[in-house]
Design a protein. Sequence first.
Length: 92
Amino acid sequence: MLEGQVPGWSADFDAWAADALTRGAGDELAAFRTRAPGTPYAHPTVDHYIPLFITLGVAAHPRPAGADHRQGVHDRLLQALVPDHRVTPTAV
Protein backbone atom coordinates (compact mmCIF):
# COMPACT_ATOMS: atom_id res chain seq x y z
CA MET A 1 0.00 0.00 0.00
CA LEU A 2 1.08 3.48 -0.75
CA GLU A 3 -0.09 5.92 1.88
CA GLY A 4 -3.19 3.86 2.60
CA GLN A 5 -4.06 3.23 -1.07
CA VAL A 6 -3.89 0.00 -3.01
CA PRO A 7 -1.53 0.38 -5.99
CA GLY A 8 -3.36 0.55 -9.32
CA TRP A 9 -1.59 -2.51 -10.71
CA SER A 10 -2.79 -4.54 -7.72
CA ALA A 11 -6.39 -3.36 -7.97
CA ASP A 12 -6.38 -3.95 -11.73
CA PHE A 13 -5.02 -7.49 -11.36
CA ASP A 14 -7.53 -8.33 -8.63
CA ALA A 15 -10.45 -7.00 -10.70
CA TRP A 16 -9.29 -8.96 -13.74
CA ALA A 17 -8.92 -12.19 -11.73
CA ALA A 18 -12.30 -11.74 -10.02
CA ASP A 19 -13.98 -11.21 -13.39
CA ALA A 20 -12.28 -14.23 -14.96
CA LEU A 21 -13.19 -16.41 -11.96
CA THR A 22 -16.81 -15.23 -12.05
CA ARG A 23 -17.04 -16.11 -15.74
CA GLY A 24 -15.29 -19.46 -15.23
CA ALA A 25 -12.65 -18.40 -17.76
CA GLY A 26 -10.00 -21.00 -16.92
CA ASP A 27 -8.11 -20.49 -20.17
CA GLU A 28 -7.87 -16.78 -19.48
CA LEU A 29 -6.65 -17.40 -15.92
CA ALA A 30 -4.05 -19.83 -17.25
CA ALA A 31 -2.80 -17.19 -19.70
CA PHE A 32 -2.44 -14.60 -16.94
CA ARG A 33 1.11 -13.66 -17.96
CA THR A 34 -0.12 -12.22 -21.24
CA ARG A 35 -3.70 -11.28 -20.37
CA ALA A 36 -3.75 -9.92 -16.83
CA PRO A 37 -2.94 -6.30 -16.10
CA GLY A 38 -0.13 -5.66 -13.64
CA THR A 39 1.26 -9.20 -13.84
CA PRO A 40 4.96 -8.25 -13.59
CA TYR A 41 4.22 -6.59 -10.26
CA ALA A 42 1.33 -8.67 -8.94
CA HIS A 43 2.92 -12.05 -9.70
CA PRO A 44 6.51 -11.78 -10.91
CA THR A 45 6.83 -15.53 -10.20
CA VAL A 46 4.08 -18.16 -10.28
CA ASP A 47 4.55 -19.50 -6.76
CA HIS A 48 1.65 -17.49 -5.30
CA TYR A 49 -0.62 -17.80 -8.34
CA ILE A 50 -0.51 -21.53 -9.18
CA PRO A 51 -2.31 -22.60 -5.96
CA LEU A 52 -5.40 -20.97 -7.45
CA PHE A 53 -5.53 -23.81 -9.99
CA ILE A 54 -5.22 -26.44 -7.29
CA THR A 55 -8.15 -24.84 -5.48
CA LEU A 56 -10.20 -24.69 -8.68
CA GLY A 57 -9.46 -28.35 -9.40
CA VAL A 58 -10.45 -29.44 -5.92
CA ALA A 59 -13.63 -27.34 -5.99
CA ALA A 60 -14.65 -28.75 -9.36
CA HIS A 61 -14.27 -32.36 -8.22
CA PRO A 62 -15.05 -32.70 -4.49
CA ARG A 63 -14.36 -36.03 -2.84
CA PRO A 64 -15.90 -37.47 0.31
CA ALA A 65 -14.02 -37.15 3.58
CA GLY A 66 -11.69 -40.06 4.18
CA ALA A 67 -10.60 -40.38 0.58
CA ASP A 68 -6.88 -40.54 -0.09
CA HIS A 69 -6.30 -36.81 -0.39
CA ARG A 70 -2.90 -37.06 -2.05
CA GLN A 71 -4.19 -39.00 -5.05
CA GLY A 72 -7.41 -36.98 -5.10
CA VAL A 73 -5.64 -33.64 -5.27
CA HIS A 74 -3.31 -34.96 -7.96
CA ASP A 75 -6.24 -36.22 -10.05
CA ARG A 76 -8.23 -33.01 -9.61
CA LEU A 77 -5.27 -30.87 -10.57
CA LEU A 78 -4.72 -32.97 -13.69
CA GLN A 79 -8.41 -32.75 -14.56
CA ALA A 80 -8.32 -28.96 -14.24
CA LEU A 81 -5.25 -28.66 -16.45
CA VAL A 82 -5.83 -31.61 -18.80
CA PRO A 83 -9.57 -31.99 -19.51
CA ASP A 84 -9.19 -35.52 -20.96
CA HIS A 85 -7.52 -36.85 -17.79
CA ARG A 86 -9.45 -39.71 -16.22
CA VAL A 87 -9.72 -39.99 -12.45
CA THR A 88 -7.85 -42.89 -10.93
CA PRO A 89 -10.20 -44.85 -8.62
CA THR A 90 -9.03 -44.84 -5.02
CA ALA A 91 -10.26 -46.74 -2.02
CA VAL A 92 -12.17 -44.72 0.54
